[in-house]
Every structure is written in C-alpha cells, then in structure tokens.
Write a protein that binds this ligand. Structure first.
Ligand code: DAH
Length: 337
C-alpha cells in the first residue's frame, strides 16, 4: 500500500464517521476501523512487510489516522479507546439530582462551641462513654449513697463499669494526665436511666468545661467566659445569670441561666414567663476533687461547667421536642441547614 492509498482510506473513514447518525452505526464504524480486527490494527500488524526505509513515514501516517478516527468517534459519543459500548442517551432529559446533606443540629452546636471556646484558648479533650466508678463519681466527690449512683438512675455493667452519666469524668482524666494550666472543653454522649419525653432522653449530650491554673482563678472569670459564650452562641442581646446551687464537685456551685433569646427577658412561652432559661451547671472546682487527682488545692484553683447540648440546640433553633433530634427525619433536619 502506498502513502497515497492510505490517505484515501483515511479520508473515506472520516467521511463515513461524519455521516453516521445512529449510535449503532457509529459503533459499527468503531469496530471496522479501530476494533481488535479493524483495518488500522491490521495495518499496524502488517508494518513489518513495509520496506524498511518507508516504515517511519508509513508508521506515522497510520498513527495519525488512528488518532483522527478515534477523536472523530469520540465526538460522536463512541467509547472508542475503552472499547466500551456507546450509549443511546437522551441528552434533553433533566439530570439526576443528589441533594446536599446538612449537619445535624447537635453536631453544629458542638462544633460552634469548640470554635467559640477555641477563641478563648480552650482545646477539646475526649473521654470514653464507658467509665469506671472512680472517674464518674468518687473523684468527683460523689459518695456511694448519692442518688445518682443508684441502679435506677445509672446504667451499670457490674460493680465498676457504667455508661457515664455526665461528661465531668473527662475533667478527672484530663487532670490526671496533665499539669496545670489546663483549659479544655469536652463534648460527648452521656447516659441516664430516664424515661423519654419531650425534654428527656436516656442518651443525650453535654459539653464540659474546665480551667485550672496555678494563679488564682475566680468566679468572675467563670462568669465572663460564660457571658462571652452566651453572646457568641445566642446573639448579642443575651446575658448570663448565676443562681446558687449544689454540685458535689464544685464549691461554690451555680446554675447558669441565659436571658430568653426569644422575648429578650420579658417573659414568654419558651421561658415559661420567667425571662430566663437554664442551660448549665458550674462552679469552682472543689478542693476534694483536686486531691483525688493529685493536685494540691493550696497551689491551684479553677472553675468547671457543664452544658446540655440538646438544651442549647432546642433554644437556638426553636425545637420544642427533644425526640425530633433523634428521629433523623430529613423534613425536620433540612430546615436547619
Ligand atoms: N455534671 C453536671 C450534670 O450533669 C453538670 C455540671 C455542673 C458540670 C457543675 C460541671 C459543674 O462541670 O461544675 O448535671
């Protein structure tokens, strides 16, 4: 075969491909020219019979032909190189739509809290959901007769293993593994033997906070940090109120209220007309807790707090029933995206 003949064959093949309409015709031409037994592979095989001097020019021309045929076929939608099947697709049909997911409101509250406390120098610490009695109760100055240790309140597995009832044991783990200064928050799952209703769930989430330092730490420090968090999380109009309370592991202890972000403190249905919403427990770390983790209460002081994540999410997004947070109903969740 001469180069001129080759050029003619090439021109003919490209004409045929250009004229082909139906996908089946395009596929037939693919088989005819570049398929396993097609004319172009056959020519390549026959190359050894071409006189040695003509081989380079001939080879080049065959490769150029192959490239042009393949791109002409590709333009027609044939799976030329892969040898795959061409598809009879109706390109006028609307595409298939995959909607984007949204982050769960609890995840959003946890991530936002980590970001806000991060600005104040807090890092995130972690601990297991399966705890022992020492971390969850004893070291937190909670005696065996305390009601929270009761089998009817806590999920026990034997005598020394339980599903943590609070994120406070992460305080103990963090202090035992580190030296002050310590500044951490600990978000995570917690468990209590509660009956589920609109505001209770046997499994819920908390965010613990702990600050311990060798320089004096005061209740005013705690209040300013929580006031900052309140505004960053709920908006500028929100202020913080401390009410005296009791927790075994803090002294003094307080319950923390935010002004109701719906009525701005005037009183409404959300805050049961009080103008305030309870969001956390907090206080100055009890000296007995420091002794349990091997710190000298004369040398260090600190504060701790624990938020309910569901609580914050329900207030922030106006969710009336805690169960909505666990049903994974996209009609609900996607409204919060
Ligand atoms: N662990 C407490 C609870 O679950 C909340 C709490 C109160 C955490 C006071 C604290 C704290 O760190 O200081 O009810």
């Amino acid at each position: 075969m001469t180069l001129a003949e080759l050029e003619n064959m090439k021109a003919e093949s490209l004409r045929e491909i250009a004229a082909a309409g139906a996908a089946a015709d395009v596929e037939a031409l693919r088989v005819k020219y570049v398929g396993r037994n097609g004319s172009i592979p056959a020519l390549i095989k026959a190359m050894k019979d071409v006189p040695k001097d003509d081989r380079p020019a001939f080879g080049k021309a065959v490769q150029a032909w192959r490239a042009e045929v393949e791109s002409a076929l590709a333009a027609k939608g044939a799976g030329a190189q892969s040898g795959g099947k061409s598809v009879d697709a109706d390109l006028t049909l609307p595409g298939r739509w995959r909607s984007l997911g949204v982050k769960h409101p609890l995840t959003r509250v946890i991530e936002e809290s980590a970001e806000i406390f991060g600005r104040l120098g807090f890092t995130v610490a972690d601990g297991p959901e399966l705890e022992n009695r020492f971390n969850n109760f004893t070291a937190l100055n909670t005696p065996p007769h305390h009601p929270s240790q009761d089998r009817s309140d806590t999920f026990w597995f034997g005598d020394d293993c339980l599903l943590r009832t609070q994120t406070s044991p992460v305080q103990i783990r963090t202090m035992m593994a580190n030296k002050p200064p310590i500044r951490v928050i600990c978000p995570g799952r917690t468990y209590r033997r509660d009956t589920t209703d609109a505001t209770h769930s046997a499994n819920f989430h908390q965010i613990e906070g702990l600050y311990v330092d060798t320089k004096p730490v005061s209740l005013a420090d705690l209040k300013s940090v929580l006031a900052y968090f309140a505004k960053a999380m709920m908006g500028d109009g929100v202020t913080v109120r401390f009410r005296p309370h009791f927790f075994p592991f803090t002294e003094p202890s307080v319950e923390v209220d935010f002004t109701c972000h719906v009525c701005k403190g005037k009183g409404c249905n959300v805050c049961k007309q009080s103008g305030w919403i309870e969001v956390a427990g907090a206080g100055m770390v009890d000296p007995r807790v420091f002794r349990h983790v091997g710190y000298d209460p004369e040398q260090v002081s600190g504060y701790a707090f624990g938020f309910g994540v569901e609580r914050i999410a329900m207030i922030k997004y106006g969710i009336p029933d805690i169960r909505w947070l666990y049903e994974n109903d996209m009609r609900f969740l996607s409204q919060l995206g």
